[in-house]
Design a protein around this ligand. Sequence first.
Ligand code: DX5
Ligand code: ZN
Length: 224
Amino acid sequence: MVKIAPSILSADFLNLKPEVDDVLRGGADWLHVDVMDGVFVPNISIGIPVVQSLRRGTDAFLDVHLMIDRPQRYVREFCAAGANMLVFHLEAAEPQDVLDALRAVLEQGKQVGLAIKPRTPATALLPYLDLVDLVLVMTVEPGFGGQKFMGDQLPKIRALREMLRKLNPDCLLEVDGGIDPATAPLVTEAGANVLVAGSAVFGKADRAAAIAAIRNACVAPEQG
Ligand code: DX5
Ligand code: ZN
């Protein structure tokens, strides 16, 4: 039920293909690709050419997390590069641009998600909940891997799960930041069903064991 999406931000970029193959063989459901522009977040990572290369090298589901200012400028290019799911930040665009970008992704036949930073309330997503395939609750301030999980985000995950139950029951609820075998039960109990994990997977020598440890720690979502 729960999907595990290793974040390649913590992979060895010099060996990206073997790194990706290793986590996919090890049971990863998706690959999470963190795109940072040095403006929306205080770090710069990777962009369109890497998504294109990943697309050439794997059939895996590419979950692309845009941490960039005014994402509406680039969503079409990331879709064309081979993203399966494009997630961008609510805080990074004006409301009309959020709507335009959501529709642009859906028109390209891709799935779309909206992310919120720790200080953004769940209710800010309300106008968009019926349009999206996924919502992403950041459980660290976006920008860097390896940060400490923010437990104060758990009520927000719970609130979003409740909102989705009424408004869009098929919508996925993703969490990103500080997810490991200790925090996986907390977020899944609160209602998350897609878990991004960077350092807790790529930081371990045995990736299959790392993924299994997270998966085994998850709590089954309650039915109905
Ligand atoms: C942070 C990124 C995360 C990051 C997670 O801005 O969005 O995807 O890679 O890394 P960990 O799992 O190490 O917190
Ligand atoms: Zn991410």
